[in-house]
Design a protein around this ligand. Sequence first.
Ligand SMILES: Nc1ncnc2c1ncn2[C@@H]1O[C@H](COP(=O)(O)OP(=O)(O)OP(=O)(O)O)[C@@H](O)[C@H]1O
Ligand SMILES: Cc1cn([C@H]2C[C@H](O)[C@@H](COP(=O)(O)O)O2)c(=O)[nH]c1=O
Length: 204
Amino acid sequence: MRGKFITLEGIDGAGKSTHHAWLVAELQRRGHTVVQTREPGGTPLGEKLRELLLHEPMHLETEALLMFAARREHLAQVIEPALARGDWVVCDRFTDASYAYQGGGRGLPWAKLQALEQWVHPHVSPDLTLLFDVPLEVAQARMAAAAREADRFEQEKMDFHARVRAAYHARAADEPARIRVIDGSRTLDQVKTQLEETIASVCS
Ligand SMILES: Nc1ncnc2c1ncn2[C@@H]1O[C@H](COP(=O)(O)OP(=O)(O)OP(=O)(O)O)[C@@H](O)[C@H]1O
Ligand SMILES: Cc1cn([C@H]2C[C@H](O)[C@@H](COP(=O)(O)O)O2)c(=O)[nH]c1=O
């Protein structure tokens, strides 16, 4: 039986990475073999592209093309083989992030992103996307507290992140069955409770 494909999404600082490990452990507890991965990245080539994408200035179309190039490699080498052998895949970010960041944040027309999506993965879509949503000021405060250098995207101003968040909301409104909004501003335990309820509905 084919595995399920779960993606985590949200603006920088929404809390995705914090809950990723718990989610993987919960699915393993339920008896699933889980592949934990991320984008951009997930393969040796993808991780090299990640370094360029997070730190090298580039044209917005170059950025979008490189995100999908890394995704093509990731799908071929990791995601599709895992799903085919019945493993579940939990991926920190996927194509919704391209619509949110390159579309909403940078202003690339969604039609161009739809063309890339139709080329790179016309027949693969997440079974479930957990959209961690927090107010901008909460995310900004959390990123300010993080003791690490901000990457190209984290260095963007609040209006950029506001457009990213709005684009995520638009995606969730378009696909409410697939994209479940998680209130990431609540306590860790309250977020975990939301995740337990959502996972239970998918795993049942
Ligand atoms: N519910 C929460 N309550 C309080 N702090 C939180 C909560 N969730 C995450 N944090 C803290 O916020 C910071 C950012 O969390 P995390 O790295 O998971 O965000 P992220 O969405 O993965 O961001 P990025 O996409 O930039 O990696 C971390 O220091 C984390 O400990
Ligand atoms: C997949 C994907 C990612 N991004 C951006 C979003 C983040 O700022 C970084 C990834 O770093 P993180 O540690 O996972 O937050 O890349 C993007 O702009 N477009 C995409 O398709």
